[in-house]
Design a protein around this ligand. Structure first.
Ligand SMILES: [Mg+2]
Length: 231
């Protein structure tokens, strides 16, 4: 086998990217539940993204409490609970496999490849993960909020390869280029590949990642193409 394992990113790779339009609607709804200005809430929601991904907040509830405190608006326990529930439901709906992702993962497993995931995310993704179709198709999933570092920190890749019991050099890494993840993967010795889906609406993205635009390495436009890379 050319590679012992194929490692994937989550958002923008196995599933669609976070939709700015849909996400904003959800955040406006939460702001209304918390009785705070939606502009202020949305600004703080995104500016505390890194803390969430690093596991600084114990959970979503703690993040929302922090934001309310910052805005000087007292929040009731019931409001926080409801807001966290809206966020959880939204995340559950968002983690829908792209049309070919479960098929590709099933093929990889049946052909003897190990499968891994490295995601920069907050606790809400961890909460819904076990109930997604990916849970049985990904051998090892590493979530930044649980390990305390995010991509492209080399430690997050090493956590995965240690748990997967493979050498980084024998891993293909597939990602849409968020958080400089491809550079990080290359630095530990993995073989990085950019996935850039052609019909993606870039006006609906929270941010455009530099690697997505400037990557000089291998590029694929669908997950199915992973199968041609492992042969
Ligand atoms: Mg991504």
């Amino acid at each position: 086998m050319k590679y012992a394992a194929v490692v994937f990113d989550l958002f923008g790779t196995l599933i669609d990217k976070f939709s700015l339009r849909e996400g904003t609607k959800m955040l406006e709804q939460i702001a209304s539940v918390l009785s705070v200005s939606s502009d202020d809430f949305i600004e703080l929601y995104f500016s505390t993204y890194n803390e969430g991904a690093l596991g600084v907040f114990k959970n979503t509830e703690a993040k929302f409490e922090y934001i309310c405190q910052k805005l000087g608006v007292p929040s009731k326990h019931t409001q926080i609970e409801l807001a966290a529930q809206i966020h959880l439901d939204y995340t559950r709906r968002s983690i829908t496999p792209r049309p070919d992702s479960t098929e590709v993962l099933s093929y990889l497993k049946s052909s003897g490849h190990k499968t891994g995931l490295i995601s920069d995310c907050s606790d809400v993704v961890v909460k819904v993960w076990q109930n997604t179709p990916f849970a049985s198709l990904i051998d090892v999933a590493v979530f930044s909020c649980l390990v305390g570092f995010t991509k492209p920190d080399s430690r997050i890749y090493h956590v995965l390869t240690e748990q997967l019991k493979v050498e980084p050099q024998s891993c293909l890494y597939i990602g849409d280029g968020g958080s400089q993840e491809l550079t990080g993967a290359a630095q530990v010795g993995m073989h990085p590949v950019l996935i850039r889906v052609p019909d993606e609406d870039i006006t609906d993205m929270y941010r455009l990642d530099a690697e997505r635009e400037n990557w000089n390495g291998t590029v694929i436009s669908s997950l199915k193409e992973v199968l041609t890379l492992i042969e």
